[in-house]
Structures are given as C-alpha cells and as structure tokens.
Design a protein around this ligand. Sequence first.
Ligand code: NAD
Ligand code: AKB
Length: 316
Amino acid sequence: MSNRILVIGAGGQLGTELVQALAADPATAEIHAADLRHLDLGVPSLELDVVDKRAVFDIVDRLRPTHIYHLAAILSAAGERNPALAWQVNLDGLMNVLDAAVAHQVRQVFWPSSIAAFGPNTPRQHTPQHCTMDPNTVYGITKLTGERLVEYYHARFDLDVRSLRYPGLISWKTEPGGGTTDYAIHIFHEAIRTGNYLCFLEANTRLPMMYIPDAVKATLDLMAAPAKTLTVWSSYNLGAISFTPAELAAEIERLQPGFTIEYAPDFRQQIATSWPESIDDSQARADWGWAHTFGLEAMARDMYTHLKQSLGAQVH
Ligand code: NAD
Ligand code: AKB
C-alpha cells in the first residue's frame, strides 16, 4: 500500500501528534499537513481554510489523497464565544471535505466526534454507544450533526468515513485549542511554572479523558480495521480514564509536593456538567480490539516529565 495522506487541521493538539505517527508508518508514501497557517511539522505544509469549498476541492484534486484526516474544528469553549464560526468550520467544513472525498474517490476519511455530542439527558455513567443525545453547546450540536452526516455519506455514497467520539485529550507538545477539558492540560503547565493552579471547573467534576498516545493509537487502529468488522458508521464511543480536578491535583501533588489548587468555576462548568462522566466503549473493544494503555497515574507521570523537560528547554 502506498498511502497519500492529507491531514486538515494538522497544527492542533491532535494533528501535531497524528502527523508524526502517520509519517512514521511504512504504508505512508506521501503526507501533507494543511491548516490556516504554515506548519513546521517536518512534512509539506499547505495553507487551507476548510470553509472555502473551492480551495478544498482544488487541494484534493491536486494531491489526489487516498486518505484524509479532517481534524479542523472550533472546540466547545471557543464555540460558545463564536457559534456562527463553529457552525461554519465544523459543519460546512465537514461537508466540503466529504463532498471532495466522494468526487475524487478518496479511499478513506477520518473525522472526529466528541463526548460533547452527548447532552444533559444522556446517561452520565458508562454512557452507552446508543442513547439519548441532546447536546446543548454549539460544538456538541455540530458534532452530533456531523455524526449523522458521516453515517449518511457512508450509506448514500459508499464513502468509507470513520469516526471516534474522543474524550478530553491530554498532551504536552501543543497548547490546547479552546475546550472545556483544557483544564487537565493547563494544570500541568501551571504546576511546573508557578506551583499553583486556579481551576475553571469545580473540584468534583468528573469527565472522561485520554492521554494522546492512546488517542493516536485508537485512530490508527480504527482506520486499519477491516470494514466488515465495523458495526458503527456514525462514531464509536471511546474510553480510557475518568477523573475529577481534585483527583488529578492529588496525582500532581505526588509528583510535585507542595502543589496547590484553587477553584473558580466559570461558564465551562455548565458545559462539563452536561457531558458524560465515563464512557462504555465495549463496542469499540469488541469490533476492532480497542484497548487503552495509560491509566491516571501513568498519564500524569509521563505528561509531567515530558512537559517539564519541554518547558525547561524553552526557558534555557
Ligand atoms: P485544536 O483546536 O488543537 O486544533 C484544530 C486545528 O484546526 C488548529 O490547528 C486550527 O488552526 C485548525 N483550524 C481551525 N479552523 C480551521 C479552518 N477553517 N480551516 C483549516 N484549519 C482550521 O483541536 P484538536 O484538539 O487538535 O482537535 C482535533 C479534532 O479532534 C477536532 O475535530 C476536535 O473536535 C476533536 N476532538 C478533540 C478533543 C480534545 O480534547 N482535543 C476531544 C474530542 C474531540
Ligand atoms: C472540548 O473540551 O471541547 C474538547 C472535547 C471534549 O471535545 N476537548
């Protein structure tokens, strides 16, 4: 197989890591990283606004990718600040990519959904694959609509488009992109920089989370799975760890004695409270063998160690 890959929204938290993993895959013959701005990821970079339909079609026509990973999005907290932009990027952008993929017979597309597709009437513990979904953020509404769209394009146009409902992703190579789960990254930065963190969620707000190597692995595993083994063409539930700010703070305190946390919940508290606390991902485990690697303690240790080295390197 010689895959020609286009990653759109490649400069973000997930894209930065996924591009590296895809570039290292022997099946990858060519990879291009597209974003609003030029990127230095060690692969050819393209400037692209995914809302611009003609630009999306031109790039797909020119590069003829076999695979598109479409990651560009406006996340939950940023979306509440600009709902119209979230709608345009998250849904018009998605349709542009899906239409270009159908028109140019792209072999596979990946597009992420989120735990934000669930809402206040969703069962919050061990949230099932199929249940009530009534998101009340514009981001969540675009993710649920996107799920319906990708399933429709699979059924109607036979497009092989696959999706995961990622939990909050934790990583150290980039700053987070404007989500509600960003606290779980900010807390490490502030612990290392100042020894204290003012958290925008309440101490006992439990949310599903995942360390980035697990998210990258899940993405590659889902894309590699034989189509006939898949039973979900909207978006797979995906779980790993669930914890509260207080539990994460206790873990960081073990790594850095004297670390302190205070709480000043803001508008993101209401968003978090509308999302699941934990995810039932048994369908993903049964269909394509999903298994996570990092628990809370291992994630916190690895994240703390790498971020400390990286921030130290920036200071000196
Ligand atoms: P991010 O905000 O870090 O990165 C998104 C990237 O998209 C940015 O580099 C941004 O410049 C780019 N972008 C924004 N508008 C664009 C446009 N109009 N055209 C082209 N590029 C544009 O996001 P992320 O955390 O890397 O998330 C990637 C995907 O995973 C998104 O679809 C997101 O909804 C989903 N997801 C992320 C998380 C998480 O915790 N990070 C959780 C669930 C789902
Ligand atoms: C956000 O908080 O908006 C994202 C997500 C869970 O989709 N991290």
